[in-house]
Design a protein around this ligand. Structure first.
Ligand code: ATP
Length: 207
């Protein structure tokens, strides 16, 4: 079985996340793509977020009923700073005979060497590097791949570029719309919009 992992803050999950996940699922011929909401992102330790438990619940609602996707609570349950290497050690050990792909954004190439145990991450899973359309002045695919290959241990599988569509929506924009009293229909799945309304999320700036 081919399994993919899609980590993020998902504060809240939106249609951009789902379309990227859908593109990656198809391009990488995955059997299952698992969303892994973080507890706290190492490189954004000072950024306030909605509680991990509420974000986990929103991701559950966002993917509910879609057999391509599921959600793993491992980082939320572990708590503290979420290191991908710990998560992948655990998730890959649960399915030792399977193929594992870990999705990362193309911008991660710039910071990947500073992640905890990047070489080990590349041994545990193949990297699927999410890349939207390449704009003028941006590095080409070969340069992006090279930034990951520099930290690859001998024997690690080469990362692959996953071409995704450009979806002009972000969690930041969804939060700003709620704060401004604007509708978010179409920006997030309906079940997520209902959850946001029921729990009164994003009415004020994150603490
Ligand atoms: P924020 O606006 O709060 O920074 P975000 O949606 O960019 O939120 P995450 O929830 O952490 O941040 O995103 C998880 C992953 O999804 C990241 O790898 C990010 O690059 C990717 N992603 C987020 N939004 C889009 C989008 N509209 N199109 C493509 N990829 C996206």
């Amino acid at each position: 079985m081919r399994r993919g992992y899609f980590g993020g803050t998902f504060d809240p999950p939106h249609v951009g996340h789902l379309l990227v996940a859908s593109d990656a699922h198809a391009a990488l011929q995955l059997d299952r793509l698992t969303f892994v909401p973080n507890a706290k992102q190492p490189l954004k330790a000072d950024t306030a977020t909605t509680s991990p438990a509420l974000r986990l619940e929103m991701v559950r609602r966002a993917v509910e009923g879609d057999p391509r996707f599921d959600v793993d609570p491992i980082e939320v349950e572990r708590g503290g700073t979420s290191y991908s290497v710990d998560t992948l050690e655990h998730l890959t050990a649960q399915h030792p005979g399977d193929d594992h792909v870990f999705l990362v954004g193309a911008d991660v190439g710039r910071s990947f060497a500073q992640w905890r145990e990047p070489g080990r991450i590349m041994q545990l899973a193949q990297l699927g590097v999410l890349r939207r359309q390449v704009e003028e002045g941006e590095p080409d695919d070969a340069e992006i791949l090279a930034s990951f290959q520099r930290v690859a241990p001998v024997g690690a599988r080469s990362p692959v570029i996953v071409r995704t569509r450009r979806v002009d929506v972000s969690s930041t924009e969804v939060r700003a719309r709620v704060r401004a009293g604007q509708p978010i229909t179409g920006f997030v799945p309906d079940a997520v919009a209902r959850f946001i309304a029921e729990h009164g999320l994003y009415h004020s700036a994150l603490p």
